[in-house]
Design a protein around this ligand. Structure first.
Ligand code: GDP
Length: 297
């Protein structure tokens, strides 16, 4: 079962309980066992699942429910609340502020996650909010990364820095940041490499880049349809760079976004935006309740 199927697992468990003749303890136990399995298979940590199930059980105990409340609805509501809670790491993300001090934001994530596209979307979003953003391409590994970001930058009319000839991403990032600081840009967004199959080298590169550039925020970009590797992937990025926020891309597709739960659990960082399409304006601030509704199907 992949993370994207988490919602189906929970929906199936709830509808089985709805079909049960009576919503008694046995039906509730079966339902919550199914929900636990769906969450565990989705790589949500055991401790989080155990705590969530415990909370659902105690809030839906007939002795604590007000008279006349339908237990099935109460269970649905309690699971909804627990999933919202799982998406809340309990801390607010860094938010860029306009003014003299430039904000440096570094994007990390595996190739194909939508990182480069999201850098441009993020820049355009903040320009609409009155920032003076700029984009730096520090991905020297993927052929085409430079052109892709440059094209997106020029489409969105955002200043861009990159190099065809320099192979050291740290040098490019530092030069780009310096250049845009001098140009008084107040949001400098650094796109990084996301190469597959050379993960040790990738994570070392992320460590060096974040140490050198000292970003105000590191954003982990994750594809909504990613499989079970989401937790480990997010954790590995978190170990190499101080990830402080998550963006879930491709939410316009069929994926329900279960990977977000694991990314939040692994990084202890909140989701801040979701990507809803391939175009520059397709970035929406994350809103936990509609997201969980979708997750539950
Ligand atoms: P990177 O390798 O992580 O930099 O990924 P890219 O930015 O090159 O994106 C990979 C593919 O995903 C491209 O075809 C993008 O157009 C597409 N993409 C990125 N974000 C979204 C999104 O929110 N929705 C959809 N449908 N496609 C996206």
């Amino acid at each position: 079962m992949v993370l994207a199927q988490l919602g189906e697992g929970i929906t199936a468990a709830l509808s089985r309980m709805c079909r049960a003749t009576v919503a008694d303890d046995a039906a509730l136990t079966t339902c919550l066992d199914d929900v636990s399995r769906a969450l565990l298979r989705a790589d949500v940590r055991f401790e989080s699942v155990r705590a969530a199930i415990h909370n659902v059980k105690s809030t839906t105990n007939p002795s604590t429910l007000p008279p006349g409340v339908d237990r099935r609805r109460a269970v649905h509501k309690a699971i909804f609340a627990e999933l919202c809670h799982m998406l809340d790491p309990g801390k607010l993300p860094f938010t860029p502020t306009k003014g003299n001090k430039p904000n440096v934001v570094m994007f990390v994530g595996l190739q194909g996650s939508g990182k480069t596209t999201t850098c441009a979307k993020h820049a355009a979003y903040h320009r609409r909010k009155g920032f003076a953003p700029a984009l730096v391409c520090a991905d020297t590994f993927r052929a085409g990364a430079f052109d892709q970001l440059k094209q997106n930058a020029s489409k969105a009319k955002i200043p861009f820095y990159g190099s065809y000839t320099e192979s050291d991403p740290v040098k490019i990032a530092m030069k780009g940041i310096d250049t845009f600081k001098n140009e008084r840009c107040d949001l400098i967004i650094v796109d990084t490499s996301g190469r597959h199959r050379q993960e040790d080298a990738l994570f070392e590169e992320m460590r060096q880049l974040s140490e050198a550039t000292k970003p105000d925020l590191v954003i982990f970009v994750v594809d909504a349809s990613i499989g079970q590797a989401a937790f480990d992937q997010a954790l590995a990025f978190k170990k190499s760079a101080p990830v402080g926020a998550v963006i879930v891309t491709k939410m316009d597709g069929h994926a329900k976004g279960g990977g977000a739960l694991s990314a939040v659990a692994a990084t202890r960082s909140p989701v801040i935006f979701i990507g809803t399409g391939e175009h520059i304006p397709d970035l929406e601030p994350f809103d936990v309740k509609p997201f969980v509704s979708r997750l539950m199907g």
